[in-house]
Design a protein around this ligand. Structure first.
Ligand code: FDA
Length: 296
């Protein structure tokens, strides 16, 4: 796909190429009552030097968050820190970022990537928690069949978990292939996490799932600082605005970086659903009079 086309369709989902772009976007979000989590795009790294450079960029991000007094933590993909190049390299980079965050009283969310990385990602998460670092959380994916048992295994740690559906294309042996199965497993996982006393970031734009999330936190009498909703930059903003108006905490995922092209293209290639959303959204913008509801 031509670069300018990819750039255009992805521009509302990506803050820009520099930390200053992310800072500008996070300030706007904060002034609208939304928290943020900043992601440095960098899944395509090929050398230890590049992985260390991404880790160093995260230190710049934390310095910017402090200097500009942003309400934001960070999200990190372990492949960007060298997961595919070696456990030790990745652990070193991750630990340096998490320790930097701890000094600043901030928090690191480890994103979850495709299923070839799940075991290693959870292993690194456990290692850091075992080293006494509690300012780190992980992501579990509702579409994976293993998620219930991962929750069971993690429960003792009272983990801080972002629960999402999962974006990668996975084989049916590993992931529920049907939309409704994923929803059901998402709700079951959310219940199990809340029962385990986990702090959960309920990451979805699916209105039905948001309603289930609201029901479950209400049933448990949770205060508004005991959970949060999370959404991606530029997606279903009206739903997010409604949550904030109703007094719920909402965190927006804000990616930035020079590798926007590879990231956007990969997203489009990996999950044609996104291309569908973009097409539907563009049509909706072109034909604002039509009722182009994109709810699932
Ligand atoms: P669903 O796909 O059914 O979308 C519901 C509706 O939202 C759609 O009908 C559409 O209207 C709209 N929508 C959703 N995505 C859109 C998009 N990109 N553009 C335009 N409209 C869109 N995944 C993962 O595997 N690992 C991870 O670490 C993360 N991290 C993460 C963080 C945060 C904050 C969020 C919100 C999501 C993730 N994800 C993720 C992605 C997640 O797994 C999932 O693929 C997307 O959120 C889409 O699923 P929904 O639950 O929104 O439902």
């Amino acid at each position: 796909m031509p670069k300018p086309v990819v750039r255009k369709i992805s521009s509302r989902y990506i803050a820009g190429t520099d930390v200053a772009d992310a800072c500008r976007v996070v300030k706007q979000l904060n002034s609208a009552g939304k928290m943020a989590t900043i992601d440095v795009l960098g899944e395509e790294i090929a050398s230890p030097e590049e992985a260390r450079a991404i880790a160093a960029t995260y230190k710049d991000v934390f310095a910017t968050i402090d200097r500009e007094q942003l309400d934001s933590n960070i999200s990190i993909k372990l492949t960007a820190l060298g997961l595919k190049l070696g456990h030790e390299l990745c652990r070193e980079n991750l630990e340096a970022v998490v320790r930097d965050a701890a000094k600043r009283s901030n928090f690191v969310r480890i994103d979850m990537e495709d299923s070839s990385t799940t075991d290693e990602t959870l292993r690194l998460y456990r290692e850091l928690r075992g080293a006494g670092l509690d300012n780190v959380g992980v992501v579990l994916q509702g579409y994976l069949r293993r998620t219930q048992s991962d929750i069971y295994d993690l429960a003792k740690l009272k983990p801080n978990v972002r629960l999402c559906k999962g974006i990668y294309v996975e084989p049916p042996e590993l992931a529920y292939p049907e939309f409704e199965q994923v929803r059901v497993n998402f709700v079951r996982s959310l219940e199990a996490l809340l029962d385990a006393g986990a702090y959960v970031g309920i990451a979805t734009h699916d209105q039905w799932l948001i309603e289930q999330g609201l029901r479950l936190v209400l049933e448990r009498g949770l205060e508004s600082d005991q959970y949060e909703f999370q959404m991606l930059l530029g997606v279903r903003e009206e739903l997010g605005d409604a949550l904030v108006r109703d007094g719920h905490r909402l965190r927006i995922y804000v990616p930035f970086g020079g590798q926007w092209y590879a990231y956007s293209l990969r997203r489009l290639q990996e999950n044609p659903k996104i291309a569908g959303y973009i097409a539907a959204d563009t049509l909706h913008r072109l034909l604002p009079g039509r009722n182009g509801s994109r709810s699932s």
